[in-house]
Write a protein that binds this ligand. Structure first.
Ligand code: SF4
Ligand code: SF4
Length: 414
């Protein structure tokens, strides 16, 4: 170096410092488990989006640790996670990854514009009590087509054994209505003492909570707890694993403590009382809903129902039980499909139906109201329509408990 040359500038000190204010806000909402993350990357490998795009929960946990608010909240990844829980299941540091992502969404929803489809679902829930934007007055309209009596609590005026919490997709979605009507016929065949809330019921809103709208969830919980307080019942049965999760695990914090069962659990205890016959579809594969299986530990009840149908051969997919593959509908994914599709190579439901077809089964059986329409759409969008049939388990049971078919196609005399 000559004397005329200037000495090199001293390296500027690293300006990156953890933003404690942001990490404190996250910790308040989700606990501080994210601070234990040591960046092993397991979560990113097992996340179902890892092979479909850029969703990297490891990176999000790093942003959370450093309080990098803009990096965390501006990433499209924030809206892609379905809170399926596969990452948390395998994290060696027991980091609550979905809970941390949910907390970040909470902070985002409070301050910024969210994806349009999500905001539409939130507004519909707030205005109509359901994310489909349907009239609250028509919530029990499905019952008139069931072919059996569907009692309503307010009209019955007495205690029932089972209060059936129908939830939104079985109340309004055309394929959900078919399942709800099948459920009513099965309940009638069992002689169950049951009733629905009808127009008094509102969305449980657990998926809205997981998508960042805790306020909406709390309003819905207050309404539903107040309504349920008016009636006497033995237990709540619901077809929706998300409602099951909230009614069972969260409503006690809002003043509502109940015995809650998913409909597969309720029916699995009563299969001996139902006369079942063989159905045309013999080979069936089953998709575990994340919020029934991984989040609440119920893997057997749906399988017991399927295996109770004479002649049914249950073929498991490679991803099943604890290692089940998410359908893409949880955590707000049900209403966010265009946004997600713009950021992934293939939607999760599309990957999943291909796995189901690969088993060679005739039927893809489901027991979450989101899944029938997600999988049927995915069969169409992947050009696989007709290669497998998507049926709710209760539709198969309804088909199976009718009069035994006789030769020539006529029904047996009742
Ligand atoms: S698996 Fe757990 S410890 Fe490993 S990177 Fe993910 S959050 Fe961090
Ligand atoms: S909860 Fe599921 S979708 Fe979300 S980061 Fe974890 S594995 Fe991925």
């Amino acid at each position: 170096m000559t004397t005329t040359e200037k000495p090199p500038e001293a390296l500027a000190p690293l300006s990156l410092q953890p933003d404690r204010a942001f990490t404190d806000r996250l910790t308040e909402l989700a606990g501080d488990s994210f601070s234990s993350c040591y960046q092993c990357g397991t979560c990113s490998v097992v996340c179902p989006f890892s092979a479909q795009g850029t969703h990297l929960p490891r990176q999000e946990m790093l942003f959370a640790q450093w309080g990098l608010e803009n990096e965390l909240l501006s990433s499209p990844n924030l809206w892609i996670c379905t809170t399926c829980g596969n990452c948390a299941r395998l994290c060696p540091r027991e980091v609550d990854i979905p809970g941390t992502i949910r907390a970040a969404r909470d902070l985002y929803v409070a301050a910024r514009d969210i994806p349009r489809e999500l905001s539409t679902a939130f507004e519909s829930t707030s205005r109509h009590g359901n994310p489909l934007g349907q009239s609250a007055r028509k919530r029990a309209a499905w019952a008139s087509g069931a072919g059996v009596d569907v009692p309503v609590m307010a009209k019955l005026g007495r205690r029932v054994e089972v209060l059936f919490f129908t939830e939104c997709y079985w109340s309004y979605h055309p394929r959900g209505i078919e399942a709800a009507q099948a459920m009513a016929r099965v309940m009638a065949a069992l002689g169950t003492d049951w009733a629905i809330l009808g127009t008094e019921e509102q969305c449980v809103a657990d998926s809205q909570r997981l998508a960042g709208e805790t306020g909406l969830f709390e309003e819905a919980a207050a309404h539903n707890v107040e309504t349920l307080r008016k009636y006497e019942f033995g237990r709540i049965v619901t077809p929706d694993p998300h409602a099951y999760n909230a009614l069972r695990n969260l409503y006690p914090h809002y003043g509502g403590t109940y015995e809650v069962q998913h409909y597969t659990q309720f029916l699995a205890e009563r299969m001996d009382d139902l006369e079942l016959h063989a159905i045309p579809q013999r080979s069936v594969t089953f998709h575990d809903p994340c919020y029934l299986g991984r989040h609440n530990g119920e893997f057997e009840a749906p399988r017991r129902l399927l295996e109770a149908i004479p002649g049914v051969d249950l073929i498991e997919m490679g991803h099943c039980r604890e290692d089940g593959y998410c359908c893409g509908g949880g955590g707000g994914g049900m209403w966010n499909s265009s946004f997600v599709a713009d950021h992934v190579d293939e939607r999760l439901a599309e990957v999943r139906v291909k796995e189901a077809i690969g088993t060679g089964a005739d039927v893809l059986a489901v027991c979450c109201p989101f899944e029938v329409s997600l999988f049927e759409d995915a069969l169409k969008s992947t050009g696989n329509d007709g290669k497998i049939v998507v049926r709710d388990i209760v539709e198969l049971l309804d088909e199976s408990h009718g009069p035994a078919p006789v030769a020539g196609g006529a029904s047996a005399p009742g």
